[in-house]
Design a protein around this ligand. Structure first.
Ligand code: SAH
Length: 230
């Protein structure tokens, strides 16, 4: 990890973020520890560094967002992660969520539909030393049948319906956390595979950028990292 960029000040702000997340109900110690270790500012454009440890989403390239730390922590906690887990993430975005999973799980596979985000984030994760993460440029709706089954699947974009192809890639006893619903009526669901049944639990309303079909090769013009206004 680029130690010289992870200053005393950033580490201090980060430990306050961990306290805030604990106060907001995050109790999975592995998740809190991972958030305490990963320098979130390095996943953002420098213009946002001073706010990087606020519990806020920020714009990244391709009109997408890095999720709010509470959301990252809450989804990770719902997955009941274990050291032995192979996990599939849909929506690499900045790579921040993948880095948190990487510190807790055995292997992380992450798919992103935007080529520019795939490139920036896979290089970033590698240069920061997260060697158990593999990134793919592809359509998350298809999942990764060649790597299935997964112990856990995390969808970080809002799906209109439960994605069937992804369900079929869950291992026995596996869990998928996915925001489902239209526009402002999304709900955070956890689905657990038990034999040929899927147990569905609802953890309330949420708001994510949409889970879109297909890949995007669209190149971002100009400054790739800071096109989007807050
Ligand atoms: N996990 C990210 C935040 C992701 S925002 C982070 O930690 O920064 C949701 C991401 O899902 C966006 O980058 C968006 O491009 C991606 N996405 C949307 N539809 C997709 C699809 N069909 N396949 C793969 N990625 C998709």
């Amino acid at each position: 990890m680029q130690k010289e960029l992870d200053t005393y000040k950033m580490r201090g702000l980060r430990s306050r973020l961990v306290v805030l997340l604990r106060n907001k109900g995050i109790h999975d110690e592995r998740v809190l520890q991972a958030i305490g270790r990963v320098p979130r500012h390095l996943f953002l454009d420098k213009a946002f560094w001073e706010w990087a440890y606020k519990d806020q989403a920020f714009p990244i390239a391709a009109d997408q967002t890095i999720s709010q730390p509470f959301t990252v922590a809450f989804q990770s906690q719902l997955l009941q992660l274990a050291h032995s887990d192979n996990i599939l993430e849909i929506g690499t975005g900045s790579g921040y969520q993948a880095s948190i999973l990487s510190l807790i799980c055995k292997r992380v596979y992450s798919i992103e539909r935007h080529e520019i985000l795939f490139k920036i984030s896979s290089e970033r994760l590698f240069s920061m030393g997260f060697r158990n993460v593999r990134c793919y440029h592809g359509d998350g709706y298809a999942g990764l049948p060649g790597r299935a089954p997964f112990d856990k699947i995390l969808v970080t974009c809002g799906a209109p319906d439960i994605p069937e192809d992804l369900l079929s890639q869950l291992a026995e006893g596996g869990k998928m956390v996915v925001p489902v619903g239209d526009g402002d009526r999304q709900r955070m669901l956890r689905i657990t595979k038990q034999g040929d049944r899927y147990i569905k639990e609802d953890f309330g309303p949420c708001a994510f950028v949409p889970f879109l079909e297909g890949m995007s090769n669209q190149r971002v013009q100009g400054d790739q990292k800071s096109r989007v206004s807050l």
